[in-house]
Design a protein around this ligand. Structure first.
Ligand code: NDP
Length: 254
């Protein structure tokens, strides 16, 4: 498939997990792909691997919660690959602590990565999309924006905010030919979910997660990446302001 041929895609948190799968899928779809991540070693290794296969790829170690760093990175990407056509706001984080133990800094960390970074990256990539009259943003939200459980309150709140941001920003930029959508994964096998399972052994979280999925398993990063790249492509040209679940039917369950 060449659904993203000649497009410049920017992925946050692209060195690992779902972000990495988006990077690899976009490369297969013939896009030029830039990705940002805190993990310098994993990012450089992925860049070198993909470049070795002939892909047009750029990587920067950037904290996407810092506005100036994001602005500088977007300029670097424009110089290296061209202006960004497609932004995938994927970087995310969760902190587990009961509401009494949680510090303000931990709360802010979740909101900065899961919500503010999406605004910052949109703020710095939208001007060139609007100027060219086309572009797409895909925000990686979560099933926790809709259905959640105890212990997830900052994450659920931030991801709900991200879905709200998606809808309002979609209305704002639609007249300029730019689409904004959200993808809400359920349980996807990545380090983030392994950490959740490890921190909840007494609740037997992993077995319960498998049991509740109508499809009888948790998902893969590649299954999320396929939907992200579809929504980013012209195949989804009439889709904006939408939230797409990729959750094995979990969100449909009563
Ligand atoms: P991972 O933790 O596996 O990967 C996230 C990547 O983002 C890491 O490489 C991390 O770097 C990077 N990152 C974190 N904070 C920043 C930052 N401030 N600046 C730049 N990069 C950063 O997560 P997943 O792949 O599991 O999740 C990806 C997205 O999907 C997240 O938004 C998550 O909330 C969402 N999601 C995931 C689900 C799942 O089941 N896995 C389910 C629903 C939603 P480092 O590790 O070095 O900090």
């Amino acid at each position: 498939m060449r659904r993203l041929a000649d497009r410049v895609v920017l992925v946050t948190g692209g060195a690992r997990g779902i972000g990495r799968a988006v990077v690899e899928t976009a490369v297969r779809e013939q896009a030029a792909v830039a990705f940002l991540d805190l993990d310098e070693e994993a990012g450089a290794a992925l860049r070198d691997e993909l470049t070795g296969r002939g892909a047009r790829v750029a990587f920067r170690r950037v904290d996407v919660t810092d506005g100036q760093s994001v602005a500088d990175a977007v300029n670097d990407v424009a110089d290296a690959l061209g202006p960004v056509d497609i932004l995938v706001n994927n970087a995310g984080r969760n902190v587990y602590a009961d509401p009494v133990a949680m510090t303000e800094a931990e709360w802010d960390q979740v909101f900065d990565v899961d919500l503010k970074a999406a605004f910052l990256c949109a703020k710095h990539t939208l001007p060139s999309m609007i100027a060219r009259g086309s572009g797409a943003i895909v925000n990686i939200a979560s099933l926790h924006a809709k259905l959640t459980c105890a212990g997830m309150y900052p994450y659920a709140a931030a991801k709900s905010g991200l879905v709200g941001l998606t809808r309002s920003m979609a209305l704002e930029v639609a007249p300029h030919g730019v689409r904004v959508n959200a993808v809400s994964p359920g349980y996807i096998r990545t380090a983030l979910v392994d950490e959740y399972f490890d921190q909840n052994p007494d609740r037997d979280a992993e077995r319960k997660a498998l049991d509740v999925h109508p499809l009888g398993r948790i998902g893969t990063p590649e299954e999320v990446a396929e939907v992200v790249c579809f929504l980013a492509s012209d195949a989804a040209s009439f889709v904006t302001g939408a939230e797409w679940a990729v959750d094995g039917g979990l969100g449909a369950r009563f």
